[in-house]
Design a binder for this molecule. Structure first.
Ligand SMILES: C[S@@+](CC[C@H](N)C(=O)[O-])C[C@H]1O[C@@H](n2cnc3c(N)ncnc32)[C@H](O)[C@@H]1O
Length: 261
């Protein structure tokens, strides 16, 4: 990743939670709507443990974790975007004083502001694909996790939401200039190199989007929408798609990759 791309992620795409939220709406409204509950159950946090959430975004997990997640967790929330860090801290604190201790700080996944072996569980949820060197990010997650602790990474399987990328490509009349994001298949290979054994938990969903406004909201939150004329073309493509159907179907698979340090 170039400095420009890192700058774009921090200062534009993830400056505030709004674009991430425009995408989250689609998943919540039209899919299973149990993502964070599922994730928290699968990770199975230990009572009293220290959890680092790297690339925490707006901290959605800590606002809406199911009651089965122990209340006495110590949370270290880290993101390169100051706007996200502020939102994540507010989200964790809005959970009615539930967490034992919350600290939210600006930091980079490849140089975490955490001591060696200081956390029991290190999370990187839908973020490793933003790193120029994802293996360096995994090595850093390993560094901050205590021996016997857990590293949990979430990535999408290749081809996830292909219906959406197809729509964008047709609308703009060209393939995306962005390289394909790191897939869970690729992430799995990197994790095996770093940790040896890795467990996979698969999460499938089908979104049946019935409101064109929500679909357009998702599309205009993407980097592809920033080129001149792109929004009008995307709007026309959404109109055309809903001209022939009353539900736009999107399929997705995310994998939770779990390793022991
Ligand atoms: C797709 S969002 C995921 C947010 C959150 N984990 C979730 O699942 O809702 C990716 C997040 O990673 C952050 N990010 C990108 N590059 C990063 C880096 N090098 N170090 C830390 N965070 C980073 C972004 O600012 C953004 O908040």
């Amino acid at each position: 990743m170039t400095d420009n791309e890192a700058h774009y992620l921090r200062e534009v795409q993830y400056r505030f939670p709004d674009r991430l939220e425009a995408r989250a709406v689609l998943h919540r409204r039209y899919g299973r709507d149990d993502w964070f509950a599922w994730l928290a159950e699968e990770i199975a946090f230990t009572p009293g443990s220290v959890v680092a959430d790297v690339g925490c975004g707006a901290g959605a997990l800590w606002r809406s974790a199911p009651r089965t997640v122990p209340d006495d967790l110590v949370l270290r929330l880290i993101d390169t975007s100051p706007g996200m860090v502020t939102a994540a801290e507010a989200a964790a604190r809005a959970a009615a004083g539930r967490w034992r201790d919350v600290e939210a700080v600006v930091g980079d996944a490849v140089a975490l502001p955490l001591a060696n072996g200081g956390v029991d569980t290190a999370l990187a949820i839908h973020m490793l694909y933003h790193l120029a060197d994802p293996a360096a990010g995994l090595a850093e997650l390993a560094r901050v996790t205590r021996p016997g602790g857990t590293v949990a990474v979430v990535l999408n399987r290749s081809g996830t939401m292909a219906e959406l990328s197809g729509l964008v490509e047709r609308a703009l009349g060209r393939p995306s200039a962005r390289p394909a994001p790191l897939s869970s298949e690729d992430g799995m290979a990197l994790m095996q190199e770093q940790f040896g054994e890795v467990e996979v938990r698969r999460y499938d969903d089908t979104l049946r989007v019935t409101d064109p406004v929500d679909l357009l909201g998702y599309l205009t939150s993407l980097p592809e929408a920033e080129t001149p004329g792109a929004v009008a073309r995307l709007a026309a493509a959404v109109d055309a798609a809903f001209g022939t159907t009353d539900a736009f179907i999107i399929t997705k698979t995310s994998d939770l990759l779990l390793a022991r340090r």
